[in-house]
Design a protein around this ligand. Structure first.
Ligand SMILES: N[C@@H](CCC(=O)N[C@@H](CS)C(=O)NCC(=O)O)C(=O)O
Length: 218
């Protein structure tokens, strides 16, 4: 039995959730409230780094979302989400790594506007916006004329990068000037796995009040 420990607003855990759904696997979903449940001994026993996501497969704990995706691909190779051709595989890996190392970290200065919280730093926002534009241009080129990154079918690259976009859209970032990215994103949003895992307004409101509480404690 597969169990995914997750939080609904987290792109790190949504990428695993979407992969489980896209692969048509049966799994149990356990929400970890990031207001403190991640520090409880039971959870620390499965991830000493107190992060979601964690995938537990019959007592085997897998932490780190990209490691979890590789585990799922190796154990459940159908439908495959990694291309075989060398350059296509390189495209997928590049998109995954640029997503986690460049794209997602650019979110931090945008958190105040995403959640309507005080404390925005205009200089940092400007730098983040520039970084996001660089990534989007890079992705636009890598899509070439294919429906998905490095493939005619959905790949792990689409899942890792595509689950970051909705958070940026909430932060006022537009993808309209990137026609291939815009069409690709619409393609992803039309898929049942993406619709089923979309964060609700209620989960964003809860996340906002947690962040506010944390800011007031500091
Ligand atoms: N590199 C990790 C990052 C996971 C991560 O940062 N998770 C955040 C939520 S987005 C978390 O659990 N934060 C709670 C905490 O660190 O206490 C992965 O890809 O799985």
């Amino acid at each position: 039995m597969l169990t995914l420990y997750h939080a609904p607003v987290s792109p790190n855990s949504r990428r695993v959730w979407v992969t489980l759904l896209e692969k048509g696997l049966e799994f149990e979903l356990v929400e970890v409230k990031l207001s403190g449940e991640q520090f409880k001994p039971d959870f620390l026993a499965i991830n000493p780094f107190h992060h979601i996501p964690v995938l537990v497969d019959d007592g085997f704990n897998v932490v780190e979302s990209l490691a979890i995706l590789d585990y799922l691909e190796a154990k459940y190779p159908t439908p495959t989400m990694l291309p075989k051709e060398v350059k296509d595989l390189a495209i997928v890996r590049m998109v995954q790594m640029v997503s986690v190392n460049e794209f997602l970290p650019a979110i931090n200065p945008l958190v105040p506007r995403i959640l309507d919280l005080p404390g925005e730093d205009p200089e940092k926002v400007e730098k983040a916006q520039q970084k996001i534009s660089t990534v989007l241009k890079f992705f636009e080129n890598l899509l070439e004329d294919r429906p998905y990154f490095g493939s005619d079918n959905i790949t792990l690259a689409d899942i890792v990068s595509g689950t970051i976009i909705p958070i940026f859209l909430r932060g006022g970032i537009s993808i309209a000037e990137y026609p291939k990215i815009s069409a690709w994103y619409e393609r992803l949003m039309a898929r049942p796995a993406w619709q089923a895992s979309e964060a609700t307004e209620a989960t964003f409101a809860e996340f906002r009040s947690n962040m506010l509480a944390r800011m007031q404690q500091q």
